[in-house]
Design a protein around this ligand. Structure first.
Ligand SMILES: Nc1ncnc2c1ncn2[C@@H]1O[C@H](COP(=O)(O)OP(=O)(O)O)[C@@H](O)[C@H]1O
Ligand SMILES: [Mg+2]
Length: 382
């Protein structure tokens, strides 16, 4: 846990880069600091590991003021990854990652194992990359090494200053996704600086929005998108914040988990009973052994057909269903494209696990009448 208490950074020229910052970063969470250039993000971050001195106030790490330890010792407990990567060009990848473990005087066997483990963690093949020099790697690969190095001695805290800022947008998305997976395993307390709101929404458990050295709003991404505090935050998150919110919500949390279902080998009588039981207009047909979605049948069709196979619409689940781990935003576009009112939801093997309606998505966004994006999203759906 990291706590800023009335933290001020005033430069000798009188300029206050950080002005009375109060912020609580929870254990094991990613706290994203975001705001326009010059608002004090980097300064705030660098006061944590004392690369910049505080003018007044204090920063507590697990309740202890960060001034209590010698700066060197403090920094060994805090991983630091920056946009410029900061890999030492004349040292191999392995030596770069080993910097902090060597400072801590780990034995060489332990260091070697740790380096390979970290390379593996960040998605680089140890045998291929270990003895290379930074210039022999791509920008994205160097960025990964930067993350590996920050994790070197397994510090409980990580400071990351626009760590993916220097790579192209596609590589950045890959690195973001990979880093979130890593974080799921390592559970560090992380301060992550960015000026990209989409990155903040994706990476942050909580987002701290700063302006002119002040904290303007500190909330979960969903709350920031649904209830921006003021005009500055509203403008900062952008006009499409309703759609961004939909991008945060997984279909499995919205779906109805008891879909009207019968199996491929059901008789017409059994299928008719399904319509009665569920009160539905369509019933989904699944494989009786593995539950894979095979298609659907409409009530009308059962009247004129003598077998379920003749009455049903056969379709591959890829073409008619949405995945339960899809976001509401992804599902919305799929549902709009297909024009279904009720869309089946499947797991990654195509097994039917629920249904989702357009109305569920509309209800989700409609409570926020101030957002024009809501109306657009819903009217586009028609
Ligand atoms: N030594 C200094 N003297 C005066 N102002 C400074 C000094 N260093 C940084 N600043 C100012 O502090 C503000 C905050 O900088 P910084 O924390 O780096 O912003 P960012 O949010 O872009 O990371 C900027 O306006 C910067 O110009
Ligand atoms: Mg900065």
């Amino acid at each position: 846990m990291i706590e800023f208490k009335n933290v001020v950074k005033q430069y000798p020229n009188g300029f206050r880069a950080v002005d009375n910052l109060n912020l609580l970063v929870h254990e094991g969470e990613i706290c994203v600091l975001i705001g326009p250039s010059g608002c004090g993000k980097t300064t705030s971050m660098r006061m944590i590991n004392r690369l910049i001195d505080i003018s007044s106030g204090e920063i507590l790490i697990n309740g202890q003021p960060n001034t209590e330890l010698p700066a060197e010792e403090l920094r060994r407990q805090i991983g630091y990854a920056i946009q410029q990567i900061g890999l030492l060009p004349h040292m191999t990848i392995s030596d770069n990652i080993a910097i902090v473990p060597r400072l801590l005087k780990w034995d060489e066997d332990r260091i070697r194992t740790r380096v390979d483990e970290l390379l593996d963690l960040v998605g680089l093949d140890p045998d291929i990359s270990r003895d290379k020099f930074p210039r022999q790697l791509s920008g994205g690969q160097q960025q990964r090494v930067g993350v590996a190095r920050a994790l070197g001695a397994d510090p409980p805290i990580m400071l990351m200053d626009e760590p993916f800022g220097a790579v192209d947008p596609i590589t950045r998305e890959v690195l973001q996704a990979e880093f979130l997976q890593i974080q799921e395993r390592v559970g560090k307390t992380i301060i992550f600086v960015t000026h990209d709101i989409d990155e903040a929404i994706k990476m942050g458990d909580r987002i701290a929005i700063m302006r002119d050295g002040h904290l303007v709003q500190y909330d979960t991404p969903d709350t920031i998108l649904a209830h921006p505090n003021n005009r500055f935050v509203r403008d900062f998150v952008g006009t499409d914040r309703t759609l961004k919110r939909l991008g945060l919500i997984r279909i499995k949390n919205l779906m109805d988990a008891s879909p009207p279902t019968c199996t491929l080998d059901s008789t017409v009588e059994e299928a008719k009973q399904c319509f009665v039981d569920y009160g539905a207009k369509s019933v989904f047909i699944v494989d009786k052994d593995d539950g894979t979605l095979k298609g659907w049948v409409d009530k009308e069709e059962l009247k004129t057909n003598t077998s379920l196979l003749d009455a049903m619409y056969e379709a591959h689940w890829v073409d008619i269903a949405v995945r339960q781990d899809a976001t509401a935003r992804e599902a919305l576009s799929a549902m709009v494209a297909r024009g279904f009112r009720v869309t089946p939801v499947v797991d990654r093997h195509g097994k039917l696990v629920g249904t989702i309606t357009l109305k569920a998505l509309q209800d989700l966004v409609s409570y926020d009448p101030t957002s024009t994006a809501t109306t657009e999203a819903v009217s586009n759906v028609g």
